[in-house]
Design a protein around this ligand. Structure first.
Ligand code: HEC
Length: 107
């Protein structure tokens, strides 16, 4: 009996996490419209040598990069562009954008 309860709790918790991840990505999609001009709406850039593709990168990596840009850091030749883009983003914006782009398929 105790075992069943534990299993049920695990299932409930992981379902909730999946639902949270899905709604995060959904919210991120709306916010990603402003990123589309450079990175492509689905995160596949048309000019990846200039604008890196975001599709398929891990959510963690994307969050780390966006946080760095927001803090004014970035080593790339066009980092200033992204620093300006990331400045107004909240932690929640970053989490949602990262969730959305990480779930897109890289072509
Ligand atoms: C005006 C064009 C432009 C827009 C709009 C733009 N970006 Fe970027 N982004 C760039 C450029 C250019 C780079 C590469 C910067 C460099 O040289 O370091 C970049 C890099 C990135 C990176 C790092 C990718 C990697 O693999 O290193 C992330 C993450 C990112 N952008 C996310 C976003 C998000 C999210 C948005 C929308 C909120 C956005 N960008 C909007 C031009 C843009």
């Amino acid at each position: 009996m105790k075992h069943h309860l534990t299993l049920l709790m695990i299932l409930l918790v992981s379902n909730t996490q999946l639902a949270v991840a899905a709604s995060r990505a959904e919210a991120g999609k709306a916010k990603a419209a402003v990123c589309a001009a450079c990175h492509g709406l689905d995160g596949n850039s048309k000019v990846p040598t200039m604008y890196p593709s975001l599709a398929g990168q891990s959510s963690n990596d994307l969050q780390t990069k966006l946080q760095a840009y927001r803090e004014g850091k970035g080593s790339g030749p066009m980092a200033a562009t992204m620093v300006a883009m990331a400045k107004p983003l909240s932690d929640q914006d970053i989490a949602e954008l990262a969730a959305y782009f990480s779930q897109q398929t890289k072509h």
